[in-house]
Write a protein that binds this ligand. Structure first.
Ligand code: ADP
Length: 409
């Protein structure tokens, strides 16, 4: 037998003397490897992956996997592996495929990072580097000579660095999006308030005009307040200081309130607005944070009405297993696939700021998502450009501890 890295004179005629010399240098090499915190091993292949046997395994395996060298079998090792990240493109993730490629000689240097769960339940990242041991007669690999390194600390540092980078990138994106979007969003209602406040006091204005100006001022002030509220709310969400205040909520009354709020906007755009509550229950009382549930529905409805120009907007809820599932569907402009992964991110809008036609801060969906998750639910959607969107979310329903609904028929 020879290893791929062995010099050729060792391949065929190994004299007793050479073998002894090799064993001595092999021992020394093992010691040197262990000194460098590696665990050397030799694996002889069996009939399949897991059937092989380890030999000359370094003592460090005890510290690495909590197993003594004698207990360390290939079967146990394969069972411990939870994830494999190949070190090069020619190495497959699948161990069987890898083994076939090693045996045939297609892989001459194996390198991979493995996530393993030791028999003691500890998770560790290791680097496994090996070279095949080739049988001279067949030219095929019969085993591996390799080294395990514990890279858990290194992996953890990388993971933390990655997270820190993500946080920094996200906070940079938020700052840029905030600076690009909010001044523009605030200026519009503020200009209206300043302009119409001057006009309303001008002598000679008709009563009717004064009333109209006042209405614009009220609407703009409300809109301004909403923007400020959303910005404050998203800051609280980011800072994780939002608390849930559970109270009894009458669901059908809430749907009616949402309907009343959006009916005038829908009527103005000539689109149908309707809601659907379960037919057989007049009153459904659940215990949840009513404000957050209302705001979530409100934000979804606000988008549905805003982005729909013909057809209808429908909303409602149904009971699904132990959850209550809400939906808001529209026949509006829909959301392009390229935007779909991002629309729950704060300040994200499908429209670019230069061609912006719709009012909005890009905060409605991120606030709704955060609220729904705080209520113990999930939000998702399907959408097709030109056809419309359906947003759904659920919250714990019957049978779920404090949010257990009470039905009054
Ligand atoms: P905005 O204040 O811009 O509506 P949101 O966070 O509520 O902010 O929504 C983010 C973006 O997702 C919107 O700007 C829009 O591009 C897209 N979007 C959300 N809901 C819909 C919908 N029902 N139809 C089409 N696009 C939508």
């Amino acid at each position: 037998m020879r290893t791929e890295a062995s010099p050729d004179y060792l391949n065929n005629h190994i004299t007793k003397e050479m073998e002894e010399q090799f064993n001595i240098s092999g021992d020394l090499l093992s010691q040197a490897i262990e000194n460098a915190d590696g665990v050397p091993y030799q694996l002889t292949f069996g009939t399949g992956v897991g059937d092989g046997s380890f030999m000359n395994v370094g003592f460090g395996v005890k510290q690495l996997f909590g197993i003594s060298p004698e207990e360390f079998t290939e079967m146990l090792f394969q069972q411990m592996i939870e994830e494999i990240i190949p070190g090069s493109e020619d190495i497959p993730v699948d161990p069987v495929e890898t083994r076939e490629k090693i045996i045939s000689g297609a892989i001459r240097k194996y390198k991979a990072e493995l996530l393993v769960k030791t028999p003691g339940g500890e998770k560790k990242w290791i680097r496994d580097c090996s070279i095949p041991v080739i049988d001279d007669k067949t030219g095929k690999a019969t085993g591996l000579l390799g080294i395990f390194f514990d890279i858990s600390e290194h992996k953890l540092t990388l993971l933390e660095l990655g997270r820190a980078l993500d946080r920094a990138t996200e906070s940079d994106r938020l700052k840029t999006a905030f600076l690009n979007n909010i001044p523009h969003e605030i200026r519009t209602p503020l200009n209206a308030i300043v302009g119409f406040s001057t006009l309303v006091n001008e002598p000679g204005q008709l009563m009717q005009s004064r009333l109209e100006f006042q209405e614009i001022i009220t609407h703009s002030s409300d809109h301004l307040l909403e923007i400020v509220d959303d910005v404050v709310e998203i800051s609280k969400i980011e800072a994780k200081v939002i608390r849930i205040i559970n109270k009894e909520v009458n669901l059908n009354q809430m749907l009616q309130r949402v309907y009343d709020r959006f009916k005038p906007d829908a009527a103005e755009k000539n689109i149908l607005l309707r809601y659907d509550a379960p037919m057989d229950e007049k009153e459904i009382i659940i215990t949840t944070d009513g404000y957050k549930l209302f705001q979530s529905l409100n934000n979804l409805l606000s988008n549905a009405v805003k982005f729909t120009f013909e057809g209808k907007v429908e909303f409602g809820y149904t009971f699904k297993e132990d959850k209550i599932e809400f939906y808001v569907s529209d026949t509006g402009i829909g959301i392009g696939v390229e935007h779909q992964p991002n629309i729950f991110k704060p300040f994200y809008q499908a429209e670019s700021s230069s061609t912006k036609r719709y009012e909005g801060t890009g905060l409605g969906l991120s606030i709704a998502k955060a609220y729904i998750e705080l209520l113990g639910g999930e939000i998702w959607f399907t959408s097709e450009p030109g056809k419309g969107s359906v947003f759904c979310f659920n919250i714990p329903g019957p049978g779920k501890n404090s949010n257990r609904p009470r039905y009054s028929l």
